[in-house]
Design a protein around this ligand. Structure first.
Ligand SMILES: C[S@@+](CC[C@H](N)C(=O)[O-])C[C@H]1O[C@@H](n2cnc3c(N)ncnc32)[C@H](O)[C@@H]1O
Length: 269
């Protein structure tokens, strides 16, 4: 198997945010605003100016729909303006504003990191060590380590722990499979990734640690939820405002990892 490529985040290629979003969004009229909300001017502009594509020639209907949505999405505009690599960055910002999972000194593993939005947020919010992993290459993020590889590689938990210099305080997974367009198949695949991420988290988390994973609303979620309720003190579902309403995507947020309870339930199984 090809060894995963590790990249340091100190490269000059880094394209991290040019300004701290929390600062950028504060204004006299909205002094309490932070990076969980959209810059109001960006939002207004995006609402008032619907951008139409001149031609759809050569594009499938799905591609055309995706492009139209991107061009008219205030989060896409705000991400570009604020220097986040993905609109998904806002989802983590919103989740973390609510749950306060990223603190100074936190050790974080970001599963499915490409193109790097969540990794950027983790670094900006003061995490001590951040390792981002993805099947795809990720441009360096200053302050983080990036590995190209598959999280299901059996060596990966130990390798990432070693890079962090100890167990993780937070494992976050925004992993998504390539979609097939067949809802049931896509659902099963994303839940498979979430289950895998949970198993991964069990191997790398410090006692008291947290876990965030993308899931979909639907049937098989219950199994993973039941297990999480045993292994963590608190388990909540959240649909951050940045998550598109029409998507059945949700995030599960678990805090207070209890390895003793997990071990006991496994002994009794
Ligand atoms: C929605 S994107 C993540 C976006 C990211 N949170 C951000 O803010 O930039 C999902 C990523 O999961 C990655 N992924 C899917 N399966 C994976 C696996 N088995 N191992 C590592 N990464 C995986 C995909 O390559 C994709 O880049």
């Amino acid at each position: 198997m090809k060894p995963p490529r590790s990249r340091s985040g100190s490269s000059s290629k880094d394209t991290g945010p040019k300004r701290i979003p929390g600062k950028a969004l504060k204004s006299a009229s909205n002094p309490g605003a932070d990076d969980a909300t959209l810059d109001s001017a960006t939002s207004r502009t995006a609402r008032n100016k619907t951008v139409s594509l001149r031609t759809a020639r050569g594009r499938t209907t799905a591609q055309q729909r995706w492009l139209n949505r991107q061009l008219n999405d205030p989060y896409v505009a705000a991400a570009r303006k604020q220097g986040w690599r993905s609109r998904a960055a806002f989802k983590l910002i919103e989740i973390d504003d609510r749950f306060k999972l990223i603190e100074a000194g936190t050790r974080i593993i970001d599963l499915g990191a490409a193109p790097g939005g969540w990794t950027q947020v983790a670094v900006k919010r003061g995490a001590k060590h951040v390792v981002g992993l993805d099947l795809l290459p990720v441009d360096p993020v200053a302050g983080a380590e990036i590995i190209e590889g598959d999280f299901t590689d059996p060596e990966m938990p130990d390798r990432l722990k070693e890079m962090l210099g100890g167990p993780a305080d937070l494992v976050m997974s925004d992993m998504a499979p390539n979609t097939t367009g067949h809802a049931a198949t896509d659902h099963m695949r994303i839940m498979g990734l979430a289950e895998g991420a949970l198993d991964f988290a069990f191997q790398v988390l410090a006692e008291g640690g947290g876990f965030i994973a993308k899931v979909f609303q639907g049937g098989s979620e219950k199994d993973i939820l039941d297990l999480m309720k045993i292994a963590f003190s608190s388990v909540k579902h959240v649909k951050p405002p940045a998550s598109r309403k029409e998507s059945s995507e949700l995030y599960v947020v678990a805090t207070g990892f209890r390895p003793d309870r997990l071990a006991e339930s496994r002994r009794n199984a």
